[in-house]
Design a protein around this ligand. Structure first.
Ligand code: PMV
Length: 362
């Protein structure tokens, strides 16, 4: 498969340039096996797999009209003009001109808002880039048609979202989603995400993800820099092999409902992601004392009660607490009595596995 299967110089407007408006809500996702390390262009060094979230999403509405030749992108975040993001989106549009050459003929006013607070320290790139990619695919569909089915539509959106932010490739589908070539799995791809719903025990689709905000400040080292540091990390090659094996093991466990293996792999993956940061050169550390406090208490609680609650981490100090619906009341007690005290301003986002993006009716 070519790394540029969607390049299409024919997608330009002849004659009248249209104007219109389109919108999508698209969720964030939390990786269970982590993507960390990439090659050009946004090709992951290892496969990853994630839960799509429900409550944490971005809503993006794009208004488009004939290009003025001046400013192509005007971007508002939560109602406020944001020049920096506008410039980043303009750079992204440049990078996808070979797929959608019609973006050169248009100006865009983009209004985005996140359901999660900006200060929550949650990356909005997955939800934001997937929502934007969907808007562009809808503009294509509206004006040029789209020969294929819905599945192909979301696959193309996943391809485009990936070019903006790798992990965004997984936000286009509900439930459990993999991205990246998995050894022996011809269906998997480095270019887009694949929904894994048929391969997952229903218990896992009932999962909650309570995000405990330990520190709400901006990350000190960006993901882009972190991925780059994997190039010289002495453990990188082994890590990429381990991720391959963890994806295979995790998928097998999730098929049968084996929650013990699920917990073992997801917690190990979270700590391995941070171990890669600590063993990079220059090294860095994103975990905070309260992150470790929560990890210790969760593990102790699980050991003494047998209740299957586990943690994962993104590239930051905040804890994602994962557990099946049937133990929700127990985990609430744990949260109130032991964990909440370690959250910044008692900030906790109660999320769970969701069904994927939704078109906004305008
Ligand atoms: O999508 P990016 O380039 O911001 O990378 C994010 C990678 C992690 O969130 C740390 C892990 C993952 O697989 O989502």
């Amino acid at each position: 498969m070519s790394t540029a299967p969607y390049n299409n110089p024919g997608l330009t407007f002849n004659g009248n340039i249209p104007e219109g408006m389109v919108g999508w809500q698209s969720p964030s996702n939390i990786a269970l096996v982590k993507y960390w390390g990439k090659k050009e262009v946004q090709i992951p060094c290892n496969p990853s797999i994630s839960f799509t979230l429900k409550a944490s999403y971005t809503e993006t509405v794009v208004e488009y009209c004939q290009a003025s030749g001046k400013k192509r992108v005007t971007f508002y975040l939560d109602g406020k003009l944001n020049e920096d993001f506008g410039k980043k989106i303009d750079t992204y549009f440049k990078s996808i001109e070979s797929v959608f050459p019609f973006v050169k003929q248009l100006d865009f006013t983009i209004r985005s808002k996140n359901t999660f607070p900006h200060s929550a320290g949650i990356a909005s790139s997955a939800s934001g880039m997937s929502a934007l990619a969907l808007c562009l695919c809808s503009i294509e569909k509206e004006h040029f048609g789209f020969e294929d089915n819905e599945e192909a539509f979301f696959r193309k959106a996943s391809y485009l979202a990936r070019l903006g932010s790798g992990s965004a490739a997984r936000s286009l589908f509900g439930g459990l989603v993999s991205w990246g070539k998995i050894d022996g799995d011809n269906n998997s791809s480095d270019l887009w995400g694949i929904q894994r719903l048929k391969e997952v025990h229903p218990d896992f689709l009932s999962f909650h993800d309570d995000i405990i905000i330990v520190d709400a400040s901006q990350k000190k080292v960006s993901s882009r820099v972190g991925h780059g540091l994997m190039k010289s990390n002495p453990y990188a090659a082994e890590r990429f092999k381990q991720a391959q094996s963890n994806v295979a093991k995790l998928m097998a466990a999730m098929k049968t409902g084996d929650i013990e293996t699920f917990i073992n792999i997801t917690e190990s993956e979270a700590l391995t992601l941070h171990a890669m940061m600590m063993t990079s050169n220059p090294y860095y550390l994103l975990l905070k004392p309260n992150t470790l406090q929560i990890i210790e208490r969760v593990r102790e609680y699980r050991q003494t009660t047998g209740i299957p609650v586990s943690f994962t981490l993104d590239a930051g100090p905040n804890i994602h607490l994962l557990y099946p619906d049937k133990v929700q009341a127990d985990v609430k007690d744990l949260m109130d009595s032991e964990l909440k005290q370690f959250a910044f301003n008692e900030m906790i986002i109660n999320d769970r596995v969701g069904e994927g993006p939704v078109r906004v009716s305008i």
